[in-house]
Design a binder for this molecule. Sequence first.
Ligand code: 5GP
Ligand code: MN
Length: 317
Amino acid sequence: MTLDEILVEIEHAEKIVIMAHETPDGDAIGSMLSMYLALKKMGKEADVIVKEFPRTFAFLPGANKVKTSSDIEKYDLAISLDCTDLKRLVGREYFEKAKKTIVIDHHSTNTMFGDLNFVNPVSPACCEILAGMFEYFDIEIDAEIGSCILTGIITDTGGFKYSSVTSETFEFTAELLRKGVNVSDIYQRVLETRTKSNFELLRRATNRLELLEDGKVAFTYINKKDEEEVNAEPGDHEGIVENGRSIEGVKVSVFIREKEENLYKVSMRTGNGSNINVSDICYVFGGGGHPRAAGAVVSGTVEQVKEKLLKEIKKVI
Ligand code: 5GP
Ligand code: MN
């Protein structure tokens, strides 16, 4: 599958819809908005479907254009970004009905659910794939598009610190700096600023954090009740799982968050200095992600979910 085929589909389409995975992070939002802005430069007006928009990213250009739903039932083209599979895709009803579908992603567990699939698992962020794609399409990456792309790169690399970062990542960032993108401002906004609710959730999760299996597993959770009590909004749980991974000796950090009664969204991270593949563990539960950052959805109470996860984790630590 080549970039030319993607370009042809975009050029032929009139009604285009852009979407990404549920509980969108910086890479999902940055990918959607940069794609929206790039299509605009190509003379295309696209719809961006986001049901829960994290307020951290409200400063990005195009953020005020997103919709929670659309009147158009059958799009000419649907583009899925940063999403592994159809069941995690927000707006999948539009994707399923669209005449043509394109999947662009950087997860190795991507199920290739589009008519055209452009998946590069070594890319540190979906946004970095898009940067290369826009260059190939001869679309100028201006400061606006660049800000969206940089947001995805910064959030998905933990601020350029993961091993996924390549020399291209820095070269691209340098280019954005030259173009006037305020790298420092974006970095502070998306990584160094917490909402008060996020801080309160982090405080609760930190208090509850248990070190299990001889300190090799960090486990914590938050419930719906916690989120209500701290007036949490979409995205306010982000970053909590990172806390556990930095504790000396921890090989796997687990954070679970109540999605519905007896159903938990699992976030897993490989501890610093460990090389355990958490994507493989999450895959057992029907989830996936990256080797060092992955997730799944598991049923049960907190204790039951914890036991189910520990059983699999114990096999590899
Ligand atoms: P997070 O823990 O931040 O929600 O997700 C970490 C990584 O795993 C992200 O790249 C995310 O897209 C992926 N991921 C999270 N949850 C799931 C899931 O339920 N299924 C799959 N396939 N990937 C997930
Ligand atoms: Mn991503």
